[in-house]
Design a protein around this ligand. Structure first.
Ligand code: ADP
Ligand code: MG
Length: 291
């Protein structure tokens, strides 16, 4: 049976948009030594916008964008949606209906009569050619915290798009609160090293893991649990669900995917990250009453 103090605390949480799927999850919060965060859609709004678009010398800007958008328009990844919207705003029509294959954590493979096209991160299209494109412009863009996406054909890199996602307005304060409460904070992301470093610095997390494939998130979480024992995980995507299930406390963003919401122990109904430290205080207060 649930203790009156727990019931009161769970109900206080609910009033502030924190949904606990049982009193035990409120109790766990007080024991957390570290908190892991997904980047896209969790620390950031998950609505990136295209800031830069560069093509290979001699190629048409509009044709390259039409090709890239024709591919991305078939994916519902946040980066794909942003690129499709960008092309529409530039009045660039989607020219081709290409056969595509999503490669989670990497990008998209597209098939044409003349061969294969790749859209995605440097690792996916080939690090060396990606890094040398336009004398290393990708590194500069990534250092600005932008996600850099390449379009590759049989001759090499045809175009690069840079996209900037913005931190949630409450992310910095939320991280600071947790650090002040004594928790170690970590960001886990599939994005590249330089972009991850820039966003991690903006957010103020103690550490980050970049180029983290969907299947690796749970491994990194287990490593953190090996070191800190009790670790929370905050996420929003399908990719985050295994880590949310593994964590001592799995916390989902209210706008997250159904799988994340179902798997989590706690849901932040209003996507407000500062509610996490409020929930921690609630847990601490409750434990004092119960003990
Ligand atoms: P995150 O962990 O940041 O939410 P994902 O695991 O979904 O990211 O993707 C990791 C990386 O894979 C992205 O940063 C991007 O470089 C690449 N990627 C994934 N899907 C796409 C896509 N549809 N178009 C271009 N690149 C993609
Ligand atoms: Mg996400």
């Amino acid at each position: 049976s649930i203790m009156p103090a727990t019931l009161a605390a769970v109900s206080n949480g609910a009033k502030r948009g924190i949904l606990f799927k049982g009193g035990v999850h409120l109790e766990h919060l007080d024991s957390l030594k570290a908190m892991a965060f997904d980047k896209t859609g969790t620390l950031t709004t998950g609505k990136p916008v295209v800031t830069d678009f560069l093509v290979r010398d001699g190629d048409s800007q509009d044709e390259a964008l039409a090709l890239l958008a024709s591919i991305e328009s078939q994916s519902n990844h946040p980066l794909a949606i942003a690129i499709t919207n960008f092309a529409a705003k530039q009045n660039v029509p989607l020219t081709r209906n290409l056969q595509i294959k999503d490669v989670p954590g990497h990008g998209i493979q597209a098939f044409t009569d003349s061969g294969e096209l790749l859209v995605g991160n440097p690792r996916f299209v080939g690090k060396e050619i990606a890094e040398s494109f336009h004398h290393g412009v990708a590194a500069t863009l990534a250092e600005e915290g932008k996600t850099v996406i390449f379009l590759k054909d049989d001759k090499g890199i045809m175009a690069v798009a840079a996209l900037k996602d913005t931190l949630r307005p409450d992310a910095v304060q939320a991280i600071l609160n947790l650090k002040q409460a004594g928790l170690f904070t970590v960001m886990l992301t599939g994005d590249n090293e330089k972009t991850a470093a820039a966003i991690a610095k903006e957010a103020g997390v103690d550490a980050y893991v970049a180029e983290c494939l969907p299947e690796n998130k749970v491994e990194h979480l287990k490593q953190l649990m090996g070191k800190h024992k009790t670790v929370g995980m905050v996420g929003d995507g399908i990719n985050d669900a295994p880590a949310l299930a593994t964590a001592t406390s799995g916390i989902a963003m209210g706008d997250g995917t159904d799988v994340a919401l179902e798997t989590a122990d706690i849901v932040l109904m209003q996507n407000d990250l500062t509610r996490i430290s409020y929930a921690l205080r609630l847990s601490r207060k409750m434990q004092r009453i119960v003990k």
